[in-house]
Design a protein around this ligand. Sequence first.
Ligand code: 8ID
Ligand code: ZN
Length: 352
Amino acid sequence: QIPKTQKVAIVATSGAKVHVKDHPVKSPEDLAPGECLLKLHCTGVCHTDLHAAMGDWPVKPKTPLIGGHEGVGEIVAIGKNTPNSPVKLGQRVGVKWIADSCFDCEQCRKGHEQNCANVKLSGYTVDGTFSQYLVSYVHSVTPIPDALESEAAASILCAGLTVYRALKYSETSPGDWVVIPGAGGGLGHLAVQYAKYMGRRVIAIDAGEEKRKLCKALGADVWIDFTTSTDTVSDIKKATGGLGAHAAVVTAASSSGYTQAIDYLRPNGRLMAVGMPGEAKLDASIFFVVFKSITIHGSYVGNRQDAIEAVEIAASGAVKCHFQTKKLSDIATVYEELKKGEIAGRVVLSMD
Ligand code: 8ID
Ligand code: ZN
């Protein structure tokens, strides 16, 4: 009962308006070994999908493009002659940004699947989850535990996984202070929760009453509104006994989220660069990076193991995505709201 056509949200060329249209479903007979066909339940909308639709990153996406990389669905077919599939027909699985990688190159062998030269990126170099049916890869999908509903799992597959890994490599300890610029957004609100789960103290930075309430409800110790604070560095110094924060996990989608991080970090602090404005340069004092022994660490999504760990923490109930559910046909409005920074938490699109 797999249909021949489906609804997808597609951009014809970079910067064109996203629209919903009919699109063929790949026939199960045509799946290559290692491929599987998913019937998607839902997908999150990440700010990266907006970058992809606009084509505003230096590495360009394919066009026409079906975006999306936070999908959850059920396996309805597996390619013939697929050896050793770790997932079964009927199983619920998630699709993340790393759609698939070769697993045999140096980067893959070291667990850096993100940096595989032959990586496939969901909703960027291959079509993504803004579709009812999707071709995915049995060795790269993430199994979703029964305790986690599809809508609650969706945004863990990019936003959750990404901030979980950034915190994991932040070299902070329980009790340490972590600053999160962008804390009210999709990645940021999950970063607040993973950080609290790991016993860190959190300084949440974002704008507006709705995001303040959300961050405080999720356990942020300190809130700073970047639109009204007159001196973020001194606010952070004050909150941390004059010493500065141990790490910053910057999830803001603009370069302004990176401003002053070197100033508010304490010596040996880590700047975890996560937010990806397309054109901006990192403006950091070389002198103080050296003088304060600061580490700048680019943290790019995560590998299969990071995904499983992030999902398991969510399944335990310790981290919950705060989301509104909308329909695939609402996607153009969701992009407009993301552009204006109006979404506290995430939007998840239902495919039914
Ligand atoms: O692997 C990665 N590194 C990765 C993975 C997924 C997403 C990186 N990203 C990137 C996205 O491409 C995007 O550039 O992270 C960025 C944030 O994605 P998002 O969380 O999906 O975006 P959002 O929901 O719009 O949240 C961004 C928040 O940043 C705030 C906004 O108010 C919003 O709440 N913000 C901005 I814009 N400027 C800020 C500033 N100067 C700021 N918050 C504090 N200070
Ligand atoms: Zn994403």
